[in-house]
Design a protein. Structure first.
Length: 141
């Protein structure tokens, strides 16, 4: 399981309060950018296969930072609808399989996966030129 950062945030706030108590009374408050905030990017994403041909299928997985009711994949970079609903596979788990357009250009694609709790992940896959077979491709895929 992934570690939650809440313990680290609590410690930072405690140390910050101790430092303020020891500082002179005339000290200015810390700027807002110095305040510790939870890191909502702690979702974990996955893709399979890492290399696919135009018209092929790509599977995406998303493990949210906390319980989420829904999740979305940003499909615009792949020539698909901008927001694609992911299927719930558990309290924090989501999945999605998409078929890429046959006209998609070869290259690297970065896809943002967003949980309803605000956590997110970005995954990357590569579209190989049509007809090009790689070691990670299965015959007939």
């Amino acid at each position: 399981m992934r570690a939650k950062l809440l313990g680290g945030v609590a410690m930072s706030l405690t140390l910050g309060a101790s430092a303020l108590a020891a500082a002179p009374a005339a000290a200015a408050p810390a700027p807002a950018s110095a305040v510790a905030h939870p890191d909502f990017s702690q979702a974990t994403g996955s893709e399979a296969p890492p290399v696919v041909k135009p018209g092929g299928k790509v599977n995406f997985g998303l493990d949210c930072a906390s319980k989420s009711d829904n999740a979305l994949a940003a499909g615009a970079t792949m020539g698909l609808p901008s927001d694609i609903a992911m299927h719930k596979n558990g309290a924090e788990l989501f999945g999605l399989t998409v078929t890429l357009p046959k006209t998609i250009e070869p290259g690297d694609y970065h896809v943002s996966l967003q949980c309803a709790d605000g956590s997110f992940a970005t995954v990357k896959f590569t579209v190989a030129p049509s007809g090009q077979v790689t070691a990670t491709s299965k015959p007939g895929a």
